[in-house]
Design a binder for this molecule. Sequence first.
Ligand SMILES: Cc1ncc(COP(=O)(O)O)c(C=O)c1O
Length: 375
Amino acid sequence: MSAGLTGIPGFERVSKIPLYVPGKPIQEVQRELGLTRIIKLASNENPWGPTEAVKARVAAVVAGTEFESLNLYPVSDGFYLRKRIAERKGVALDRVVLGNGSTELLEMVAKAAFLDGGSAVIPKHSFAMYGIATQTAGGRVIESRATATDLDVDDLLRSVAPDTRLVYLAHPNNPTGIRVEASALAHLVRHLREDIVLVVDQAYAEYEEPGEYADAADYLDERPNLLVLHTFSKIHALAALRMGYGLGSTELLSLLERVRSPFNTNLLAQAAAEVAVQDLAFEAFCRQRNAEARAAFHLEATRHRCQLTGNSGNFVLMETVYPAADLFKALLQRGVIVRPMHGYGLPNHIRVTFGKPEEMLAFWSAIGPLLDCGC
Ligand SMILES: Cc1ncc(COP(=O)(O)O)c(C=O)c1O
């Protein structure tokens, strides 16, 4: 950093914060490698949507009405979408907050919690944005024990320090694809110090069979310091529009409201999500396709003697004998984008999103010959 910039103490600290590395966009690979057929299985997007009903709603908004038009600011707090979410989730309207993607909600809660410093406990191998949101808000990261196959809730509780303000838990976790069992979740909710906000990120919850999943929202009445996050980027297939929501107590959300930027979610995203959140049939369809893709993937991985981790989410973590970065590059040359996981402390793992059957075929055609030399 140049002398002028280092003169600002905050900048010096910001320069040490890890950069978030997103999945490589198709356009970038096209530009760099000149390939014509590229498939992206790198960012846990949903290949099955959005639905025609969602697209029709977006088109109608673009066409414009007296109340909805691209030249007007959107409803700042997304009242109509919050109402739909509240109905779907069976909570009061003032217990729903919207974010520009759930990532913005991670940032909002960190901004509020670390105004006077403090620490966050984050399990190892968690979504990178927990650490980044903590540090950019001035907080300190404490990493608790977790492995590719185990989320250690006891260690999460043990790792809490006197200055801890937030604990993050992804349930199911990205990138390991594991969720916590109902008893472990109850234990965490009930034993975590009351003055710590527990953030349970349920970005992939809708891929779980409803009867088999322990929903942290069940504890909203019991624990005021609980924020449960969901996103429209995964099963709702609206990643490009950026929309996420949080459920929490009215007290907690009234604090988040103070750090929320006005008009943080846009008109098209609000309108699309209003339609998407009501479409339970589409969710069930995607859940089924995802389960089929997982079963097929396991069969193929067994043939290639590859180690897989996790049974949750719309992705799988795959360990090979090759360094993740090398395998990532080799696959890129063959027009397949996956996510190398060395940045998550998993040097030989790649994360693969479940695409459509034809995309998975292309994936195995690309990776099969590479694996058969040694995996
Ligand atoms: C666990 C988890 N939380 C949050 C997000 C971010 O979602 P959004 O697109 O809503 O910002 C992701 C995205 O991959 C994720 O894996």
